[in-house]
Ligand binder design. Structure first.
Ligand SMILES: [Zn+2]
Length: 160
């Protein structure tokens, strides 16, 4: 009987360690998100924004593309694991989709974050949210491998 109890406790323990490592995210300073607006085509920078007040978090994917000589910032939000839904395009401080302002909680949250970044003021971000990347460069989406890149969420090529 005792052996079985130890067995189950250990399985439970290992499962917790596994899920912790599997979902491991690295907290970065919000100012590193300024690279998001770089004029560059990409498939989507993935990051998580967690509210320090409510503990609620959203994972976003932001991609940039050039169309008719204008740069567009497209925003998706994760619904289920790695299942992304398009929210809309960020412009003039808001998320819009088909010329309508999107005002879901996720859209409002990311619009607020992007407004702070485009305004170059990181104080409210520092005080209210935690930004985490998921191991990939916030500009090009390639996997980050060296310590400095992981600390910033940006690879050496995109950082320069
Ligand atoms: Zn990169």
């Amino acid at each position: 009987m005792k052996i079985w109890r130890h067995f189950f406790i250990n399985i439970f323990f290992l499962f917790n360690i596994y899920s912790y490592l599997y979902n491991m995210k690295t907290i970065i300073k919000p100012e590193n998100l300024r690279f998001l607006f770089r004029e560059k085509n990409n498939n989507g920078a993935e990051f998580t924004v967690k509210s320090l007040k409510t503990n609620k978090d959203y994972t976003f994917k932001i991609s940039r593309s050039l169309w008719n000589e204008k740069w567009y910032t497209h925003v998706k939000v994760e619904q289920g694991y790695q299942d992304y839904k398009r929210l809309g395009t960020f412009a003039d401080g808001q998320i819009t989709d088909k010329k309508q302002v999107v005002d879901t909680p996720a859209a409002k949250a990311i619009a607020w974050v992007l407004r702070q970044i485009s305004g170059g003021d990181y104080s409210k971000l520092n005080n209210n949210v935690e930004i985490m990347h998921t191991g990939a460069c916030l500009v090009c989406g390639k996997k980050l491998t060296d310590a400095e890149s992981i600390e910033h969420g940006i690879g050496p090529v995109c950082r320069s």
